[in-house]
Every structure is written in C-alpha cells, then in structure tokens.
Design a protein. Structure first.
Length: 181
C-alpha cells in the first residue's frame, strides 16, 4: 500500500508539473471550463443565474393591447416588463420605452412587439452559460424561467448585472489568492 500511495502522489505531481493542471482540473479543462484550481470551481459554480436574478419583476398578459399597456405601465415606471400567457408561461420581454414610442396601432397585442421570445435562462445556469446565452440572443436582458419546457417566469437578469457580478467575483478571487483579502 505504501508503494501505491507513493506512485499516486508521484503521478499527481508529474501531471501538475507537466500540464499545469491536476487531473480533476484537466478534466474540467477538456469540457471547456477555464479554471486553474479547485478554488475557481467553487466560486464559478456558486455564481448562478438563480443567485443573481431579480425576482421583483413586472409581468403583463401577452394579449394586452398596446394602448392598454401604455395605460398600465406608464413611461418611467419600469424599464422592462415580461409578457406572459394565460398560464403565466413566458412569451417575451417588453422594453417599456420602445413600446411607448412604437408607432403601431394601439390595438396590436404586446405579444407581437415582444423580444427574445426564444431565449431564456434557468436558475441552475452558471455565469459562463448565461453569458453565452446573452451573446447568442444579442440581448441586454433575459427572463429566468423555471425550466426549459414549462417556461414559468421566476425573474429577470440583465447582462450588465451578470458581468458586474462576474468581475466582482474575479477580483475577489484574485485578492484571496494574492493575500490582499
């Protein structure tokens, strides 16, 4: 058993010295994660969409007309509103300022003016997956839904907030590693 233990320790040291990774971080690296140590795994995994999303969101039925929307959501009362169907399932994001300046007929349902209808986030997504979703959608804000099949709205996350929190955590990790902490 002593020989096996010594061989195990030597192989771990050899792998780390040769590749710059331990075996477990090397496996994460193969999956596309950009980590250098177990410390990176911890904070990246804890920084999820669920922990960053705003839960105090305003919703409106997607069948609401543009004229009714303008009365219910005055300019300046919110920046964005989530459109939902009768079952409270996500339909799209409504940008309040854009809807107030839209030249469309007031009888148009807001469903037709909603953005990002096919792009959503789920609470379990990590910061990297969420950033990729924002980039693919070309969105500045996305709804957070319970899961990809049911689309029950839980909250909203903006790309700006996501990147700010990511930068804060990177800075905190850097300070911890350098002993500034």
């Amino acid at each position: 058993t002593g020989v096996v233990l010594a061989a195990s320790i030597m192989s771990a040291i050899l792998v780390r010295e040769t590749f710059g990774y331990s075996f477990s971080t090397w496996r994460f690296h193969l999956r596309g994660e950009t980590i250098r140590s177990a410390h990176d795994v911890g904070w990246m995994r804890s920084l999820t969409v669920g922990s960053m999303m705003r839960k105090d969101i305003k919703t409106i039925y997607a069948s609401t007309t543009l004229a009714a929307f303008r009365k219910q959501v005055p300019l300046g009362s919110a920046q964005r509103v989530i459109a939902v169907d009768a079952g409270d399932h996500y339909v799209g994001v409504l940008i309040v300022a854009e809807l107030h300046s839209d030249p469309s007929d007031g009888e148009v349902p807001v469903r037709d003016l909603a953005k990002y209808k096919d792009a959503v986030l789920v609470p379990s997504m990590n910061v990297q997956a969420a950033a990729e979703t924002f980039q693919r959608a070309g969105a500045e804000e996305l709804a957070v839904v319970e899961d990809f099949t049911d689309h029950i709205v839980l909250g909203l996350l903006t790309e700006g907030h996501l990147m700010r929190r990511y930068a804060e955590e990177l800075d905190k990790a850097r300070r911890d590693l350098s002993g500034e902490g």
